[in-house]
Design a protein around this ligand. Structure first.
Ligand code: ATP
Length: 213
């Protein structure tokens, strides 16, 4: 099995790489962020834990989690963030494990599947959540800190019409393990400081097992 764990910093380009891998190489992509959202859906045990801890004010009128409110509660409090991650990560891990099991079963039936890899697990907190054992290789998407700021601010403006302050962007970025530390533990580093085309050339080489240009 070849299972790629794709990680990086906030706004460093993980989604850009995973979109390219699925459109160009038809690779199955699983995204930890989607599972993390599923973990807190109405009726889930995790949402119940969150309500028990923070009260019903943490919900929107329709019963969904008020994600913005929760984010502001855990933003500046690392112990609360750790608590929340401890609630969510086991569910995310369970989803990945199930997917890998299914994939293994499919591979026995159809050994000539995708020639490049079996799947890509996009896990922003791959190291922090100790999920490295799920994958067979680790790719880190790197971009310089200044670019991370600019991309984050730009995206927040486009998606939410909100102007993120430099302090907010900095706090978000600093809430994760540093990108330099992640790079030290990577099998492959994809440098995303130029154009998407330059990034995709590196992805092409990495997926084909060639030297990265
Ligand atoms: P997050 O962790 O916040 O989900 P991410 O690592 O998945 O972020 P992307 O969503 O791929 O990052 O990229 C962040 C933003 O930067 C997006 O708006 C994307 O279009 C843009 N972007 C990524 N790479 C480049 C590039 N090489 N040139 C210009 N813009 C880029």
């Amino acid at each position: 099995m070849r299972l790629i764990g794709l990680t990086g910093g906030i706004g460093s380009g993980k989604t850009t790489v995973s979109n390219y891998l699925t459109t160009t190489y038809r690779l199955p992509i699983w995204d930890a962020d989607l599972y993390a959202r599923e973990a807190v859906e109405p009726g889930s045990p995790v949402l119940k834990q969150i309500v028990d801890r923070y009260g019903r004010d943490i919900l929107l009128y329709n019963g969904n989690l008020n994600r913005q409110k929760l984010a502001s509660l855990i933003f500046s409090d690392s112990s609360e963030r750790t608590w929340l991650e401890q609630q969510i990560h086991p569910f995310v891990r369970h989803c990945f494990v199930n997917n890998i099991k299914q994939l293994k079963a499919q591979k026995i039936q159809n050994p000539d599947g995708n020639p490049y890899a079996d799947g890509v697990l996009v896990i922003p907190l791959l190291f922090e959540s100790q999920m490295t054992d799920l994958v067979t290789e680790i790719w880190v998407v790197y971009c310089p800190l200044e670019q991370q700021y600019l991309r984050l601010i730009e995206r927040e403006k486009i998606n939410f019409g909100r102007l993120l302050t430099t302090e907010e962007a900095e706090a978000k970025i600093n809430s994760q393990m540093s990108l330099a530390e992640k790079c030290k533990q990577a099998d492959i580093i994809l440098y995303n400081s130029s154009t998407p085309a330059e990034l995709f050339k590196q992805v092409d080489a990495a997926i084909r097992g060639q030297n990265i240009p």
